[in-house]
Design a protein around this ligand. Structure first.
Ligand code: CA
Length: 234
């Protein structure tokens, strides 16, 4: 991120919602450009290289999911989906296509700003720490990927190989919601339904090892019916 204000690309065909978002951005020190169609969104993403894309899914020319796929073919810029669709299947499609996060309409301004901050933290993490990404640090949690060691408050965690893989996957995607399907594919190499039960079991045992209170997790957030996210600890 440069010293200038972060640039947001707001993709929304509903003028009232678009104005609400852009006014919020302006008030909170962000620059923005906007697009009302999927075509215009892809063109702006390519020419203006925004820091974050805020993307509506229901667009007049074609679906926002296609915008995600197109942008992902050349860029890892954060994409936050803002959609009226409340079905888990739609959120999962968007996340699997490469979106980083989602907000369901109606959303609060506070919620929007929190998601934006998370997306920007993610960005600065990748641009600032590219050279030192062999060691991951988040709050009291540290992972030495190469050595295969994770510590919490300086004490080594005794993790099974699957727990370690799971922890690394979440850490490498910190602040991003990962779908069950994605995790199953990456950790177990199969998206068979039967592995979902294993994922829940391993997530439970992992949480017992890294969370002070596993019923109120600090590091790993559950998105019911969708997946998990490792939170970036301030
Ligand atoms: Ca729309």
């Amino acid at each position: 991120m440069s010293q200038s204000k972060p640039l947001m690309l707001v993709v929304e065909d509903d003028a009232a919602v678009r104005n609400l978002i852009t006014t919020t951005l302006e008030t909170h020190g962000y620059d923005y450009i906007s697009a009302a169609t999927a075509h215009a969104a892809i063109a702006s993403a390519a020419t203006s290289n925004p820091d974050v894309i805020l993307l509506d899914l229901g667009l007049p020319d074609f679906d926002g999911i296609e915008v995600i796929r197109k942008v992902r073919s050349w860029s890892q810029m954060p994409i936050i989906v803002i959609s009226a669709r409340n079905e888990d299947a739609d959120k999962i499609d968007a996340l699997d296509a490469g979106a980083d996060d989602y907000l369901t309409k109606p959303f609060s301004v506070g919620e929007l700003l929190a998601r934006l901050r998370a997306a920007l933290r993610h960005l600065s993490y990748f641009s600032d720490e590219n050279d030192s990404d062999a060691i991951f640090v988040n709050g009291e949690l540290t992972i030495d990927y190469a050595a295969g060691i994770a510590t919490l408050s300086g004490c080594e965690l005794h993790l099974t190989p699957i727990e370690f893989k799971l922890l690394c996957l979440l850490a490498r995607n910190v602040d991003k919601v990962l779908t069950h399907q994605y995790i199953l594919r990456e950790v177990w190499g199969s998206t068979q339904e039967s592995y979902l039960a294993s994922l829940r079991v391993f997530m439970g045992t992992l949480r017992k090892k890294i969370e002070v209170d596993p019923s109120h997790p600090h590091y790993i957030q559950t998105h019911v019916g969708i997946g998990y996210r490792m939170m970036r600890i301030q």
